[in-house]
Structures are given as structure tokens and as C-alpha cells.
Design a protein around this ligand. Structure first.
Ligand code: FMN
Length: 193
């Protein structure tokens, strides 16, 4: 008996079940020798306030991870609801690297590291790498936040749930019912005996 053999799990099912948790969608970027690089990621969480830390989780096969590790800097743009096409583009492994991938895409250099930030995103964080932890076939990258800001207060974030992109819906209470809709009375009067 091989005592090291663990249970065999279905990784496709694991991804599917993990995807039941709704997340935002980010673009992770870095730059070295003036060459930008980016990939779509939804593994993002803020970690600490003192100091300001956040983390992301990147595949060991990622080109962006390798360039980020070497440059020691990165930026996170929180994508907005109109950026689904861009999110799909930067998730496509067949896209080119560097400047070619950014053709027709507007960006500005993050104020501290110069890593690309998308002006049409909701907000951004500009970071240096604090530390990197190995985690199976992924790397946990902890970023030291050097600058951050909101880019437009009224812009809505892009969402990802059940492997589908979506957007935040306004709360039901703000929806006006269509004309002719019978609404329940706000108080119920019990019939008298
Ligand atoms: C919505 C979405 C979220 C993703 N999140 C991650 C993630 O958190 N970490 C990761 O390594 N890959 C993630 N990916 C996959 C990468 O975007 C994809 O593998 C990309 O091609 C990597 O590019 P690179 O090899 O040029 O770095 C995600 C893809 C999508 C569509």
C-alpha cells in the first residue's frame, strides 16, 4: 500500500464549486525595462492595515507572475462592469505578451512603481512585492501598498460567479414596479370577528 497516496479529487469540479463564491475581477500588471505585462485574476484580498498589505494568488505557469517576481513591483486594477472583453483578453493564454497585448488599451503608470493602471477601472493599488509564498502549483504574492485610489466613485465593479461575468444589481427597494403592478399593503389589518 502506498501510504502517501491521498484521495483523488476532480479538479474541474473543485473549480466549479469554488466559482459559486462571487468575486470581483482584477487586472494584475507589472512593468520592466518599459515593457508592460498583465493578466486577469480574481484571487485578490486585502490583508493588513498596519502596514498596508494585500495578496493575490498566481499560477506557477503564469508569464505575468515570472515578470512580476523579477521586477518586484505590480499594480492591481479593480475592473468595472464594462470591462468583460478586456478581462477575457488578459485571461486568454494565446494572447501576445508585452506591448502587443496592450494595443488599443489605455493605461497610465502607477504613481509609485510605474506598473500599468487602467483609467477605466473602478480603483487601483500600486505595490511593491513584500513576500512570495509557495502554495502547491500557485504562488501567494503579498504586496506592500504604496499608492491606491478610486478612479470614479459611481463606477460599478465587474463580477465573476459560476464561471460567468456579471454586474451589481441595484437593491430591489430602489426598483420602481412597472405600471399596473399590485403591491402588497405595508400593514396587514386582521378581519374583526
Ligand atoms: C475571471 C478570471 C479570474 C482568474 N483568476 C486567476 C487568478 O486569480 N490566478 C491565476 O493564476 N490565474 C487566474 N486566471 C487565469 C489567468 O488570467 C490566465 O491563465 C492568463 O492567461 C495568465 O496569463 P499569463 O500566463 O500571461 O500571466 C483567471 C481567469 C479568469 C477568466
Amino acid at each position: 500500500m502506498n501510504s502517501q497516496a491521498g484521495p483523488v479529487f476532480d479538479t474541474a469540479r473543485f473549480r466549479q464549486v469554488s466559482s459559486t463564491l462571487p468575486t470581483g475581477v482584477t487586472l494584475l500588471t507589472t512593468i520592466s525595462d518599459g515593457v508592460p505585462q498583465a493578466m486577469t485574476a480574481n484571487a485578490f484580498v486585502t490583508v493588513s492595515l498596519e502596514p498596508l498589505l494585500l495578496l493575490t494568488v498566481m499560477s506557477d505557469k503564469s508569464r505575468t507572475f515570472r515578470q512580476m517576481r523579477d521586477s518586484g513591483i505590480f499594480a492591481v486594477s479593480i475592473l468595472s462592469e464594462g470591462q468583460e472583453k478586456l478581462a477575457r483578453w488578459f485571461a486568454n493564454p494565446k494572447r501576445p505578451s508585452g506591448h502587443e497585448a496592450f494595443e488599443g488599451i489605455e493605461w497610465f503608470p502607477g504613481p509609485h512603481t510605474g506598473s500599468p493602471v487602467l483609467p477605466s477601472a473602478v480603483s487601483y493599488f500600486d505595490c511593491t512585492i513584500d513576500r512570495i509564498h509557495e502554495a502547491g502549483d500557485h504562488w501567494i504574492v503579498v504586496g506592500n501598498v504604496k499608492a491606491f485610489d478610486s478612479l470614479a466613485e459611481d463606477r460599478k465593479p465587474l463580477l465573476f460567479v459560476n464561471s460567468t461575468f456579471g454586474a451589481v444589481q441595484p437593491p430591489p427597494s430602489t426598483l420602481t414596479p412597472p405600471p399596473g403592478t399590485i403591491t402588497a399593503p405595508s400593514t396587514t389589518t386582521l378581519p374583526t370577528a
